[in-house]
Design a binder for this molecule. Structure first.
Ligand code: ADP
Ligand code: MG
Length: 695
């Protein structure tokens, strides 16, 4: 086997390749663009394109594609070959700067929520030079942003880059106030921990629900689930280990820092975590990781499920978004420093995040809202739908002492003076133990734990960056005019803690009592996508997001509609799949088994004098359940029809929440009970025990 250091990044046009293949002048100019966002002139673009093409051809590539992230949350690509006709009938391989920088996919079929009338259907893609191009399956992939000709963002990358820029602008103002003159830029970094399930492909093929919707819509609880806690961090089965090692290699070749792998809580559930990277690169890499995970699984006769809730009754899958802010000088602004000055700066950024999360709870909640993720949040396996922040007892006590102007517990007699005193050291360990909090401070970063496993991390980070940028703007406005900076700073931190401490909660987030308490504190509890998503267009959110140039107002309305449409469509496909499986597979199996059992009982009774108690019970219970399934199926079908007739998207999404989903649940309950009474040989598809323990 080759060494990791030798295969790492071999499929990436990274800094090594750039340095080796570009003239010094071109390289420097490109670096300036990457580091500082300066405009790339066309001669430089031509030189970069040509070097990229030569490298790609040497690597055996024949095509290139502008790779982008439409609002579906997936990725999109259209491949063009490098060939260009030569006058003598041959072809030459060409790739110009213009083709590198800008592409024009015919994008009329991507959701745009009414932003782009079909007569101007063409959008264009623009190269994101900060995310390296790479080769996959014989094609050169160029990470790009996707816009309409009138400049509206049609993807997830454009607003993500805008949100990073907004945060950079405001954080720079704050750093200036602290006399930080060397810093050129501030960036956010993310390390997303990715959970997934692996199941056997042959079993997967036999389940329409998994094929159509990515999750099981039926299935009784198996005799064993996750109650023994024997899977978490357990030893990895050989077939899974082979998969993981193959996956690591593929990711490393693509320059992705795959670092940690282990078994998760549920049977057949696993996790992969990379080393953190700049947010837009982390977003690209996470999309790529999810794709490679699924592809590598097929090679091993497996299917990788990224759905948030593939199985009822065992934990679903999420994604933890570990997030921090740092300067180009390598300083992590969420890390408490060693000097009074660093401490004061840390506390200001800390309370900025606290206020941002409190002021924009609704945005953070809706940034992770999908039909799939609704099944996890609040189900005692993932954080509740209520947003709160975990700080740990020590840091909370420090903030309390600042707020109330009292000495901090024991370590010091006098009150803390910001800018003069050093923060008492708190151990990183105590900040790291609460696993039930949606938003936890873990020593030098925040871990946003509400993301669903299949979510693009872009949405969460757009809103997180935007909210923090807005609070930093307010802080900078206030502090820039202050006569006594340290007094004003102290005051600002105190009032911010006082006004926003309701969002801090260090207890058990899974506890019902917390939900009651949260309501008393006036925190949002937006349980479903239908509840959360409309808040995207609340006046305060529109104002903030447009003022920072992250979205235009039409973009916001279009995004809200696209996300709600997505919710409605996903659940409708699930409902239709249930109708299909119940009508063609489940009810016929139950009818056959009931009839065979009844016939067997009659035959038995004709021979011997017996009550046939078991047979009678089976026949009678299954007959009742068949009637119940029939009636539930009728209601479900009526609901699907009623939904199709609704034109108002808000009304339709509320109907999905209030009528369609409960009617699906009713059908499932009857079907799952039937499964437990029916001979396995009659059941049309593999049951939970086989799926969960089949690898
Ligand atoms: P766990 O949450 O499982 O205890 P860690 O906290 O060690 O694991 O790391 C989880 C993820 O957080 C990893 O992807 C890691 O790279 C990332 N991470 C670590 N430090 C930072 C940071 N300063 N900013 C962003 N992500 C970070
Ligand atoms: Mg974690």
């Amino acid at each position: 086997m080759e060494k990791i250091t030798e295969i790492f990044g071999t499929c990436v046009f990274d800094d090594r390749q750039m340095k080796a293949r570009l003239s010094e002048k071109v390289y420097k100019s490109l670096k300036r663009t990457i580091d500082r966002g300066t405009k790339l002139d066309s001669s430089v673009a031509d030189a970069v394109a040509s070097a990229m093409k030569d490298w790609a051809l040497e690597m055996g590539a024949t095509h290139y594609t502008h790779w982008f992230q439409p609002e579906t949350g997936l990725t999109a690509e259209k491949h063009d070959s490098f060939i260009s006709p030569a006058p003598d009938g041959r072809v030459i391989m060409e790739f110009s700067g213009k083709e590198l920088v800008k592409g024009e996919p015919d994008a009329s079929s991507f959701p745009s929520g009414g932003l782009r009338a079909t007569f101007e259907a063409r959008g264009y893609t623009a190269w994101d030079p900060t995310s390296y191009a790479f080769i996959k399956d014989g094609t050169l992939y160029i990470p790009t942003a996707f816009c309409s000709y009138t400049g509206e963002a049609l993807d997830k990358k454009v607003p993500l880059l805008r949100s990073m820029e907004a945060l950079n602008r405001q954080a720079m103002r704050i750093l200036k106030l602290f006399g930080n003159e060397k810093v050129r830029s501030v960036k956010t970094s993310v390390g997303p921990e990715q959970e997934y399930f692996l199941i056997d492909r042959e079993l997967w093929k036999q389940r329409k629900d998994l094929i159509m919707t990515g999750r099981t819509l039926f299935g009784a609880k198996p005799p064993k689930g996750q109650e023994m806690d024997d899977h978490y961090f357990g030893s990895i089965k050989p077939r899974v280990a082979e998969y993981m090692s193959d996956l690591d290699r593929e990711l490393w070749k693509l320059g992705i820092y795959a670092k940690t792998k282990h078994n998760e809580v549920a049977p057949a559930q696993h996790e992969l975590a990379p080393i953190y990277d700049t947010t837009n690169i982390a977003a690209d890499h996470n999309q790529l990781t999810m794709e490679v995970m699924q592809k590598v699984a097929l090679k091993h006769g497996l299917v990788c499920l990224l759905h948030e809730k593939p199985f009822a009754g065992v934990n679903g899958s999420g994604k933890h978004n570990n997030w921090s802010i740092s300067t180009d000088q390598g300083e992590n602004l969420l890390s408490p420093g060693d000097t009074p000055q660093e401490n004061a700066q840390f506390l200001l950024f800390l309370v900025a995040v606290i206020k941002a999360v409190d002021d924009y709870q609704d945005l953070l909640r809706l940034s992770v809202a999908t039909a799939g993720n609704d099944h996890r949040l609040g189900a005692n396996e993932a954080p509740p739908a209520v947003i709160s922040i975990f700080l740990g007892d020590e840091l909370t006590a420090i903030l309390e002492s600042i707020e109330q102007d009292i000495p901090y517990g024991g370590t010091k007699k006098e009150k803390m003076q910001l800018g003069v005193d050093v923060l008492p050291k708190f151990s990183k360990d105590t900040t790291d133990r609460n696993r039930t909090s949606p938003f936890a401070f873990t020593g030098n970063k925040f871990e946003f734990r509400m993301l669903g496993s299949s979510n693009s991390i872009s949405c969460a980070n757009i809103h997180l960056n935007a909210a923090v940028a807005e609070v930093l703007r307010q802080f900078a406005d206030q502090l820039e005019g202050a006569e006594d900076f340290h007094a004003a700073l102290h005051d600002l931190i105190r009032t911010t803690i006082h006004d926003h401490k309701r969002i801090i909660f260090n207890g058990n987030g899974y506890d019902d009592a917390w939900i009651v308490e949260a309501e008393k504190r006036g925190l949002f509890n937006l349980k479903t996508t239908a509840d959360a998503m409309p808040h995207l267009c609340d006046a305060k959110n529109v104002k903030m997001l447009t003022e920072h140039g992250i979205f235009t107002e039409p973009e916001l309305y279009s995004r809200r509609d696209i996300m709600l449409e997505n919710y409605i469509k996903s659940v409708t496909i699930e409902a239709n799949t249930m109708i299909d499986m119940a009508s063609k597979e489940i009810i016929p199996a139950v009818i056959r088994f009931t009839a065979d059992t009844a016939a067997a009982a009659s035959a038995k009774k004709a021979l011997v004098n017996t009550a046939c108690a078991r047979e009678t019970r089976i026949v009678s219970e299954l007959s009742a359940l068949t009637d119940e399934m029939d009636s539930a199926l009728t209601v479900l079908s009526e609901n699907v029809t009623a939904l199709q007739e609704m034109s108002d998207i808000l009304e339709a999404s509320a109907f999905v929440r209030d009528e369609l989903l409960p009617s699906m649940e009713r059908l499932r309950t009857a079907a799952d009970k039937s499964e437990q009474l029916t001979d396995e040989d009659y059941w049309a598809f593999p049951t939970y025990d086989k799926l969960l323990f089949g690898v």
